[in-house]
Design a protein around this ligand. Sequence first.
Ligand code: URA
Length: 434
Amino acid sequence: MNTYSILAKKRDGGTLTPDEIRFFIQGYTKGEIADYQASALLMAICINGMNADETSELTLAMLQSGDQADLSSLAGIPCDKHSTGGVGDKTSLITVPIVAACGGSVAKMSGRGLGFTGGTIDKLESIPGFRTALTVEEMVNYTNRSGLCICGQTGSLAPADKKLYALRDVTATVDSIPLIAASIMSKKLASGAQAIVLDVKTGSGAFMKEEADSVALAEAMVGIGKSAGRRIAALITDMDQPLGRCVGNGLEVREAAELLQGKSADDRLYRLSVELAARMLALSGLGTVEDCRVRAGEAVSSGKAFEKLCRMAQQQGGDPRALEQPERLPQGKFSRIIKAPRSGYLSRIDTARIGHAAGLLGAGRVKKEDSIDLGAGIIFARRKGEKLQAGEELCRICAGSEAGFSAAEEAILGGMEISDCSPVCKELIRQVIE
Ligand code: URA
């Protein structure tokens, strides 16, 4: 076996053996296989694909390239959720406290936002003092004490993915279902959860724009999870409009905290957060999905889930008062109202453009190293399908400086369509893959 023969085999549409996949990933991680050879393999996989066994082997090889979080000392079955990334998706801030309030155990590692999608770690860092750089030991201790902890991924988790992802980004090889599935699942499996719920987004603000591609990705990831012996399910959910009313880090924390306090709730955000929690609880063996759905709703209405969110903030050094007094969260000093240019129904939202607009305001990153404005973002007054008059408020933008306002306004108005006919709004939860 050698690198050249593996490349030639995949180039010609062959099926790689587990040994060949392991040889390649180990060699690449150690620096014994060059970037140009790894790029060639990635392109061959992009063009010729991988079958389910190859994809599982690739995931395991990437998983074994680094450390794996040992959650065996956690009480109960450690469960986790993962979203493939969307705009305004703050469900982790709501779902994780609900699961903890219902007796589940969530020791979660999350990522930062990149491109048009937001990241849970940036959102949490808008709570003054909140520490996201924890050791696995701290994560386990906090979860044993309170049922929940959310922190950043340690650098030693799936290093092969880190190297390969950087290469994919510059070689036009990101868009490949086996490569995406192996990348996501190697990190998820390495972070130690035994029960995993995947939220695979579909639509204009998702990585996968077409539902069939989202389903194929979900099936690949569920297959990988099962072959690794994990309990796993995936929801295919709508991302043809932002999730909830706010996009932007501090604003999204405020929206999540208000929902958990029963102050105001966007219906779609509430339903998805409760459904994800119910599925996590059911996979953890804590009841049927139907029972868990009822208990998840009660955890919100009783305020117990909000108490868990405050507890998590406090144990990770954050100021829990910021969750009840939103003026303690970062807020943009400047704001501008964007008005509807004509009357009609808000019929289409190019959600990726909304994510880009939030980035222009300073709420997101183009490169990993970019700093962000935690108080910047967009607050929507209207949702898809609603009727409005010319001159009515569509949304409000805010930031610490007005520098990005005109470009953001242009992106938002260019990404929204107002028409004479009421549009068909697709289901929020399209499918469940178990
Ligand atoms: N997110 C990941 O972690 N990996 C991919 O390949 C795509 C999205």
